[in-house]
Design a protein around this ligand. Structure first.
Ligand code: BDR
Ligand code: CA
Length: 327
């Protein structure tokens, strides 16, 4: 039997983070070593319970670690987190999921220490997926860069190279939220660790439809029902805030780009800088230099829906083949 892929997930759940985590938890080919939380979509005390909710929901024994409650430049300032106004993800930060949680899997170890411990235990074997701001990763690099270089790969939901940003004209949310952290991660790791950006160029090329989400609800059991509920919240916001009818599930696509590379239709190698000046703060920019990161530029909708549904409801493969035949 092939060995399972060892994964660490760093996240700020978040509806699309929730979809991504639930999918990763359902994937029999993954060995999820831990889930590390970071402030982003909502404050740390709001997002950490969402990770705990999901491991409880799936009845899994996976450590959930708390990470940074604020961006790098705010560490030590003792500020009150002000991002509760980000209502895109609902009051609980996960589309009013209604799920309860316990602290059963809450680890006493901080995210950056946990990450370093696991990499030392499995050097060159771990694929790190980041679905939120890069604060925890930058803190781990500042603590022990040599160990971080022993990641096998890092797949980042963040950035936008050819599209406008979704937070400012230039910046995507995760990178904008802590651009200093993102700048450190790219500068310190891109030459040594295989780095992939799944940014808005890629994610916005694939809009999942209401029909696809309803199919999940009708056939996907309790997972499908939960996903459909939180995605309905998400799609309502996409419609009223962005005029997009359907769901662009950034963080889910990011996980699938790693686990099911057939979903990537177009990619390019480029040299990436993260800009920190006021106007362009948080922009990921392609600059002169040899390509040190891979950017996903287009996602194949059919391949993605097939991969996603097959992970969530393998027992319904005949229906998946019927409704969404291989292109
Ligand atoms: C990213 O920002 C967050 O709101 C989402 O969870 C996703 O990770 C998209 O820009
Ligand atoms: Ca996220």
């Amino acid at each position: 039997m092939e060995e399972k892929r060892k994964i660490l997930i760093d996240t700020d759940p978040g509806i699309d983070d929730g979809c991504a985590i639930l999918t990763a938890l359902s994937d029999p080919n993954l060995d999820i070593l831990g889930i590390m939380c970071v402030a982003g979509n909502k404050s740390l005390p709001v997002v950490t319970p969402n990770a705990l909710r999901l491991v409880d929901f799936e009845e899994r024994d996976i450590p959930v670690c708390e990470g940074s409650p604020c961006k790098l430049k705010e560490i030590g300032l003792d500020l009150v987190q002000e991002n509760e106004g980000v209502e895109f993800h609902g009051a609980d930060g996960m589309g009013e999921s209604g799920l309860s949680y316990t602290n059963r899997c809450l680890s006493p170890v901080k995210a950056w220490d946990f990450m370093l411990e696991k990499i030392k235990e499995y050097p060159d074997e771990i694929d790190l997926i980041t679905l939120g701001p890069l604060t925890n990763i930058a803190l781990a690099i500042q603590k022990d860069r040599e160990t971080m270089k022993r990641l096998r790969s890092i797949t980042i939901m963040g950035g936008s190279f050819e599209r406008e940003g979704n937070t400012t004209r230039y910046a995507e949310y995760n990178i904008w939220f802590d651009a200093e952290a993102a700048e450190i991660v790219v500068r310190e790791l891109a030459d040594d660790v295989k780095m992939t950006f799944v940014g808005l160029d890629g994610t916005h090329s694939c809009v999942l439809s209401f029909d696809e989400v309803k199919f999940l609800e009708f056939e996907g059991g309790r997972r499908g029902e939960l996903l459909s509920r939180i995605l309905t919240w998400y799609m309502r916001n996409y419609w009223f805030k962005d005029g997009i009818l359907g769901a662009v599930i950034h963080d889910l696509y990011t996980v699938l780009c790693l686990t099911h590379p057939e979903v990537i239709e177009e990619e390019k190698m480029l040299h990436c800088d993260v800009l920190l000046d006021d106007e362009h703060y948080g922009q990921t920019k392609e600059t002169e230099g040899s390509g040190n990161v891979r950017a996903v530029m287009k996602i194949n909708h059919r391949a993605l829906i097939r991969a996603w549904l097959s992970v969530l409801m393998p027992e319904k493969q005949h229906l998946i083949d019927q409704l969404f035949p291989e292109a």
